[in-house]
Design a protein around this ligand. Structure first.
Ligand code: ADP
Length: 482
């Protein structure tokens, strides 16, 4: 147990309805000041075996419950998340350094929404039914089996609930492995699952290092689904492990998302949104990090952009005035700084920022780069920090070509005064989600995922419930029964 931001957090795994400690631990430090928050149990192959075993044993009765009965548990869990928003936000704010205000007002509450949405959706499923060739046909969802959910260090609570909720609602049992850089808020989720009365083994949390316990979990042949959010490199390894057992997996990976601004747009709104891409220190896969602006409004846009970026306040994530908090880890700071140093050395122009904010801290200044060409590394690869590039285009065709010129395809943002153009460009941009004149508005029933190295498969709504199910066609010969 550790006392973190005044909250008692278990540092152990949660397996089969019980806390389980490992003899070996890993250190979890706060990005705010490097202080040691907890020594967390470091799972190994035996931990993975115990957790998957518990999930496999619990599966038949959880699957047999049916969506409406499972929904009762999930709604209870949602209510408990709502009742514990302050505690979860306090812990994640020092563990991951996301802004306390965002956590408290939006991000943690979204965890509750995830469970409620999937409780409702799974229970509302209407089997497709039709007659053909003299048979009555139905499409039946069968719960797939134990699912492994592997989540990243940014927004750990929200992203974990986003993946665990559909799996549990669909009748899968779950083993969740949170990221080792921000493991604590998911430990609280285990407490709440227990309080909500989820039967032992239905929901398990295993802590530890990806290459160790994570790799053991995804290679276990009893696992029937793997749901992953993280980097393309890890996705490839997990994909190979899942393929060995012929297990379907979804992967939500990074982005190098375009934010396209046409001359007919509300330039101030577009520039404000562009400056907003520095929020969470750019540690957001959906961020629009490539600013593509119509050449005729270059100067006007940049003036507004700098104005809005100047309003950012770097500081402690617990302070309501702060808009940019530190990066997650010293290694990640080095990763972000390395991108900018290489860009500078290669001849890209660093227009603002480009350095660590306070020596010894993990803040990196909001950075804008004019790349020397579209092939530059800083344009083509995800930085996952407060670093944006700026390029101009002459017409719609060039804007679309630039937007589609990376291997990624997670999201796109378009600012234009013309709805017709929003529709045209929105369709032409190769990405799983495109927002026009807005950003991050989410309908949980919509499909969500990436193209290219941004991901595989779709989460969201019925897409996630179908992924967590085996779809069966049931055909009964008409008139064959009395
Ligand atoms: P990031 O670059 O965001 O840290 P990673 O892909 O390294 O992303 O990590 C995302 C999640 O994947 C983390 O929970 C991490 O522990 C886990 N992970 C890393 N390597 C593996 C692996 N070989 N097998 C399973 N999980 C892994």
């Amino acid at each position: 147990m550790a006392l973190v931001a005044g909250v008692d957090v278990s540092t152990d795994h949660y397996v089969n309805g019980r806390r389980l400690a490992s003899a070996v631990t890993f250190e979890d430090r706060s990005p705010l000041d490097g202080s040691l928050l907890a020594n967390v149990s470091r799972g190994d192959a035996a931990t993975a075996d115990a957790a998957i075993g518990a999930a496999a044993t619990a599966f038949p009765s959880w699957a047999a419950l049916g969506p409406a009965d499972r929904a009762v548990y999930l709604r209870r869990l949602a209510d408990l998340i709502d009742a514990n928003v302050e505690r979860i936000a306090a812990v994640e704010c020092v563990d991951m350094a996301m802004l306390h205000e965002s956590l408290r007002l939006r991000v943690i509450a979204r965890g509750a929404r995830n469970f409620r949405a999937y409780a409702d959706l799974a229970a509302a499923y209407v089997e497709r039914a039709w007659e053909s060739n003299g048979t009555r046909n139905r499409v039946v969802r069968m719960p797939a089996g134990p699912a492994v959910v592997i989540t990243p260090w940014n927004a750990p609570f929200m992203l974990s609930t986003w993946k665990c909720a559909p799996a549990l609602a669909a009748g899968c049992t779950v083993v969740l492995k949170p990221a080792e850089w921000s493991p604590l808020s998911c430990s609280l989720l285990a407490d709440l699952a227990e309080e909500a009365g989820l039967p032992p083994g239905v929901f398990n949390v295993v802590q530890g290092i990806g290459e160790e316990v994570g790799a053991a979990l995804v290679s276990d042949p009893r696992v029937r689904r793997v749901s992953f959010t993280g980097s393309p490199a890890t996705a490839r390894q997990i994909g190979v492990a899942a393929a060995r057992n012929l297990v379907p997996f979804t992967a939500e990976l990074g982005g190098k998302n375009p934010l396209i601004v046409f001359a007919d747009a509300d330039l101030d709104a577009a520039a404000r949104k562009a400056a907003g891409q520095y929020d969470d220190s750019g540690q957001v896969c959906l961020s629009g990090t490539r600013l593509l602006v119509e050449a005729s409004v270059r100067e006007r846009f940049l003036e507004r952009f700098h104005h809005h970026t100047d309003q950012h306040v770097l500081g402690d994530s617990r302070d309501p005035e702060t808009t940019i908090s530190p990066l997650i880890h010293p290694d990640h700071l080095a990763h972000v700084a390395g991108f900018v140093e290489r860009a500078r050395a290669a001849g890209d122009e660093v227009v603002r920022g480009g350095r660590v904010w306070r020596e010894g801290g993990l803040w990196y200044e909001p950075t804008l780069i004019f790349p020397r060409s579209n092939d530059a590394e800083i344009v083509q690869n995800e930085v996952f920090g407060p670093v944006l590039t700026f390029q101009t285009f002459r017409d719609e065709t060039e804007a679309i070509d630039l937007a589609n010129s990376t291997r990624y395809g997670l999201s796109g943002i378009v600012y234009t005064g013309s709805e017709e153009r929003a529709n045209r460009v929105g369709r032409a941009v190769r990405a799983g989600t495109v927002w026009a004149n807005c950003f991050l508005i989410r309908d949980l029933t919509a499909p969500f995922g990436g193209i290219g190295i941004s991901g595989l498969g779709r989460e969201g709504g019925d897409y996630a419930l179908d992924f967590c199910s085996d779809l069966k066609t049931l055909q009964i010969l008409d008139g064959s029964t009395t």
